[in-house]
Design a protein around this ligand. Structure first.
Ligand code: ADP
Ligand code: MG
Length: 615
């Protein structure tokens, strides 16, 4: 039998490689822009026609190529950026496998014009489907211009797979943003079908973000910076109230290279977890500088995925840096867009052990007081509503409450112990009613105010549990007939580990065997109806939080129990109970957002209400 194995011709091999590197016009844009940056260009122009189907051209004023290099650059594994495999771990450029141009040339018609500054003439090269059609000397500007026409002319499957022009162009824009955001010192311009779409002058990151995403970003961002001798973090994060429900502008760069890294993205989102509602996404623009030898970019042909040597360390550092900035944001009265963070952020001295800083809250700040000293809009504004949370008027309300004997009662006690108010309601009373036991409706300073009871209760419980875990354990009421609960082996193990925390929260548990526990005591003053469900759901939520890398053990335990209990609220029967409840909310450090990020209070001014009737 004759031999059947043969080597694939280069053109075919390149075409196959192109399948990995070049998925759509935007992939070409990314590779060409990155090459221009690597060539040391100061001005980079991207010219696109028909969302890249007919033309993608990048013109740069970088170092250019010699006559021979202009030919070589289209060979596979032809690169000036590395010599040995080890160099992959020392990369400071954006290239790495010398594959991009070879791949592009295999599936398009490419025209290259290039000239080095110290040469008199330049080079022109035409290549179509890996076949060189022309290689001549030519007169041209210093730098390089590469035009890619008729992309996928010989790969109909790919061409048919392309989406509409608007979708493809938005991918192109996205690549353009990613490169231009990491190289603010360079000027970039983008033209589509003969029209200038974006022209970016050399600037700094904040101006670049605003130039790219619009003026409204100006007030939405807060700087973040933290330096150590093994990692530097810098950039901007959005204020919590500017989080968006849909995909937000989230840009993570490592060593000035855009990366997609779910864990790092989570490190940022998690830092907001108590401050934005579930499902909302904060915008961020963060660059992490690490030693190139500690990352591996060789895991995907498009270089967007990277592997970090010590993911946990980077995660923890990033998470605490963002938390710290959010905490500072709360204390900075007016966010000054030109505020430079490096000056008052305590930089860790070399060798300092990393600690998770707490989110700092201003203990004196109370949105229910009208003359609050802290003007953080984080607390003041309603999360997604357009109305500001007007706090004036709450102080009168507070004074009213102080004269009543409700301040020492806990919410639980209120439910069971407070007598029904049988007296004639006083003048203040008409201001508070409940709807469906889900909302408290209050008229405060002429504003209609809605308080979401379950979310508020979650906040009250969370802060109460946290203080129980830190210093004031909740009393235990011994059960006459201990209930037995059954758990899976994994949850039983978790429960054994959490026994001291649950004890502080009022639950005394004793293991009977590997999966059964007796609940010998429950929180003082509370009637527990379904302990099996409470403990089981508590452990479930605790485990989810661990998995999602939530903060410390105490915070996680407090948050998990509060989440279980907030829906087990019975009824706020009387005005007195409502007031007692609101009073406890007022005593919380944060009143406007529940620990799982849900909005608690929303207000409407009379003008907002009138506008409902305008139509
Ligand atoms: P890589 O960027 O991984 O090296 P490419 O295929 O993208 O691989 O490019 C191959 C080589 O061509 C580069 O290493 C570089 O030397 C040269 N090159 C590509 N684009 C340019 C450019 N715009 N200006 C100067 N040289 C370039
Ligand atoms: Mg390249």
């Amino acid at each position: 039998m004759s031999d059947i194995i043969h080597l694939l011709p280069d053109a075919v091999a390149n075409q196959i490689a192109a399948g990995e590197v070049i998925q759509r016009p935007a992939s070409v844009v990314k590779e060409l822009l990155e090459n221009a940056v690597d060539a040391g260009a100061n001005n980079i122009q991207l010219i696109v026609k028909d969302a890249g189907r007919t033309l993608i051209q990048v013109v740069d004023d970088g170092k250019g190529m010699s006559f021979k290099d202009a030919r070589l650059c289209f060979e596979r594994h032809a690169t000036s950026k590395l010599n040995t495999a080890d160099d992959l771990f020392r990369l400071t450029t954006k290239g790495f496998r010398g594959e991009a141009l070879a791949s592009i040339a295999a599936i398009a018609h490419v025209e290259l014009k290039t000239k080095m500054a110290d040469e008199n003439t330049g080079t022109q090269l035409l290549i179509e489907g890996s076949e060189v059609k022309e290689h001549t000397m030519t007169a041209c500007n210093d730098g390089t211009s590469i035009s890619v026409k008729n992309l996928f002319f010989n790969v109909p499957a790919r061409r048919n797979f392309l989406k509409s022009d608007s979708v493809e162009f938005s991918h192109i824009e996205e690549e353009f943003y990613r490169v231009s955001l990491t190289h603010c010192n360079l000027s970039f311009s983008l033209f589509h079908n003969g029209k200038a779409v974006l022209q970016l002058k050399p600037s700094n990151l904040k101006i670049r973000i605003v130039s790219v995403f619009g003026d409204h970003f100006k007030d939405k961002l807060y700087p973040i910076e933290q330096n150590t001798d093994f990692m530097n973090i810098s950039g901007f994060i959005a204020k919590p109230e500017n989080a968006k429900k849909k995909k937000s502008e989230q840009y993570m760069f490592i060593n000035n290279r855009y990366v997609r890294h779910p864990l790092l993205n989570f490190a940022v989102e998690n830092a907001y977890s108590e401050l934005i509602p579930d499902g909302y996404k904060p915008a961020y623009f963060i660059n992490i500088d690490v030693d190139p030898s500690t990352i591996d970019i060789n895991i995907s042909p498009t270089k967007v995925e990277v592997k970090l040597q010590d993911e946990r360390l980077v995660y923890g550092f990033l998470n605490s840096t963002v938390k710290k900035s959010i905490g500072q944001m709360a204390l900075t009265p007016q966010i000054d867009f030109d505020y430079e963070p490096g000056m008052d952020v305590t930089n860790l001295p070399p060798g300092t052990a990393l600690r998770q800083p707490e989110v700092r809250h201003d203990p004196n700040y109370n949105p229910f007081h009208s003359q609050s000293s802290c003007g953080s809009s984080m607390h003041k504004s309603s999360m997604s509503g357009s109305t500001k949370f007007d706090t004036s008027g709450w102080s009168d309300f507070l004074k009213g409450l102080q004269t009543e004997n409700v301040e020492s009662k806990s919410v639980e006690n209120l439910k069971f112990d407070l007598p029904e108010s049988t007296n004639e309601p006083d003048v203040e009373d008409y201001k508070f009613i409940t709807i469906d036991n889900k909302f408290i409706v209050a008229q405060i300073n002429n504003n209609l105010t809605l308080v979401h009871i379950a979310n508020a209760y979650e906040r009250i419980l969370y802060e109460k549990y946290l203080s129980a875990l830190q210093s004031k354990p909740i009393g235990v009421q011994q059960s006459l007939f201990p209930e037995t609960i059954t758990l899976t082996a994994a949850k039983a193990e978790m429960l054994n580990d959490l026994k001291p925390e649950l004890q502080s929260l009022g639950y005394e548990l004793e293991s009977i065997d590997a999966t059964h526990f007796a609940v010998n005591g429950t929180p003082d003053g509370e009637t527990e109806d379904n302990l099996q469900d409470v403990i089981d759901s508590f452990l479930e939520s605790y485990r989810t939080n661990i998995f999602l890398h939530h903060s410390g053990k105490n915070e996680n335990a407090a948050m998990s129990l509060a989440k279980q209990k907030c829906h087990r609220f019975t009824f706020l029967n009387s005005t007195l109970e409502i007031k007692g409840f609101l009073r406890q909310l007022m005593e919380c450090q944060i009143q406007n957002v529940s620990p799982s990020g849900k909005k608690i209070i929303h207000q409407w001014a009379p003008t907002d209400l009138l506008s409902l009737f305008d139509k």
